[in-house]
Design a protein around this ligand. Structure first.
Ligand SMILES: Cc1ncc(COP(=O)(O)O)c(C=O)c1O
Length: 424
């Protein structure tokens, strides 16, 4: 409709959101009628054995009239499918000793929806016109958060510490000296592993964040979309943590089920009640599909063993192969890779890159390689003119290995070209 007048809400959510323009751009490039090497998206890979297990489960459900009716024919309570929730509460209590029951878990239509609800519950305008923000203790951080606030200017962040390591590696660490919490802090949130960097915040850093959050009486939101306990795409030994002040956000997506849109919130009962209420208002109830498909594997604990024996090795093998290609192809270039500790991304840093990462992205797109420019991943640091923000790329390694290798070769060529044009 031409000239349509929109509310503040309407304007905020139809404005040029970073994630929307990015998805649009990628979609257009993919639909451009030529072969494209897709190293940009966050789609999980297809793990054949896992798909077979899910297919079999679906067949069993379809063969059973009652089970099928339950899958497609009923609205569940706004908290989500009770059988799944009960199984998960039992599993988490049994495995980790967490004092939780079904009243501590609710489902959302994808964890992205969960973040929308949680962030807007804890940040924005409060009574007395106090404005609160979500504190990101570490950036780069997930681009999907950036446009989620009903209000603008929703995040506050500080630069991380950079720990340069051998073999062209580096690791971001939380700069605790730079974190100030106060009246304006609504909640702390960290993704673990982090999208885009593959960083896994250490157990020690988590313990300090937990302490900080409790001392300041704000919730600590942990986005474990790739992490522990499932799908467990973490290559080091880290522990999941939970207590009444932690909101642990899980998802079935990165196990290989992004289309079922099942997000899981594990939190104290007050928060679970609040999110369930919002589910009722926004969508009556979260979808049943993912929860019913996964209910048995949660009940038996198979979801944990599959994470360890199928999902993690699938990605670990891919990352090791991609790293080998990078070290070969990038020889002679000044490059660093964030130590790949989890998730499905490599985060490449070209220090003093003579063009911006966005320009590099454009050049790569012309060569048929789709990556994501790193500058998108600094929510809360928009006003900071830190050159590092324009020196990084996010590369996905979840897809076909040969394509990934071909893409890396082209990235190396373009980076080399950019440095040589600048006389470097
Ligand atoms: C760090 C992180 N959190 C949350 C999500 C949202 O996942 P979903 O809504 O599919 O559960 C994603 C998706 O890519 C992600 O990368």
């Amino acid at each position: 409709m031409v000239g349509m007048e929109l509310s503040e809400f309407g304007k905020k959510f139809t404005d040029k959101a970073g994630i929307l323009s990015l998805m649009d751009d990628m979609g257009r490039a993919m639909g451009g009628g030529r072969d494209v090497i897709m190293m940009g998206g966050g789609n999980p890979g297809y793990v054949p054995e896992f798909q077979e297990i899910v297919r079999k489960r679906l067949q069993d459900i379809c063969a059973d009239r009652k089970a099928f009716q339950r899958l497609v024919g009923i609205y569940n309570p706004p908290q989500g499918v009770q059988g799944f929730i009960e199984n998960l509460a039992t599993l988490l209590h049994r495995e980790y000793g967490w004092q939780i029951g079904p009243e501590n878990i609710c489902l959302t239509n994808g964890s992205q929806t969960g973040f929308f609800l949680l962030f807007n519950m804890f940040a924005g305008v409060f009574s007395g016109s106090v404005k609160k923000k979500i504190r990101l203790p570490l950036t780069p951080e997930y681009i999907g958060y950036a446009d989620i606030g009903l209000d603008r200017d929703f995040f506050v962040a500080t630069r991380p510490k950079i720990d340069c390591q051998e073999d062209h590696l580096f690791k971001y660490r939380v700069d605790f000296d730079g974190i100030t919490l106060g009246e304006e802090t609504g909640a702390i949130c960290v993704s673990r592993p982090t999208n885009p960097t593959g960083n896994v915040v250490t157990d020690e850093e988590m313990a300090r964040l937990d302490e900080l959050a409790r001392a300041h009486r704000v919730p600590l939101i942990i986005d474990s979309a790739y992490g522990v306990p499932f799908p467990g795409i973490v290559y080091s030994d880290v522990q999941p943590i939970w207590n009444e002040n932690i909101i642990l956000c899980l998802s079935l997506s990165k196990l290989g089920l992004p289309a079922v849109r099942t997000g899981i919130i594990v939190a104290n009962r007050e928060i679970v009640r609040a999110v369930s209420g919002m589910n009722a208002i926004m969508s009556l109830a979260p979808g049943n599909f993912g929860a019913i498909l996964a209910e048995k594997m949660v009940g038996s604990g198979e979801i944990l063993s599959l994470s360890k024996t199928l999902i993690r090795p699938f990605y670990q093998d891919k990352v090791e192969k991609a790293m080998t290609v990078i070290h070969t192809e990038f020889a002679g270039i000044s490059y660093r890779i964030h130590r790949p500790e989890g998730a499905m991304f490599l985060w490449l840093w070209f220090e003093e890159l003579p063009i911006t990462s966005l320009q590099l992205y454009e050049r790569l797109k012309k060569r048929g390689v789709l990556v994501i420019s790193g500058h998108y991943f600094f929510p809360g640091l928009e006003g900071d003119s830190w050159s590092h923000k324009d020196e990084c790329l996010r590369v996905t390694y979840s897809q076909d290995e040969q394509q990934v290798a071909a893409g890396i070769t082209i990235i190396a060529e373009e980076v080399r070209k950019a440095f040589s044009e600048a006389g470097g």
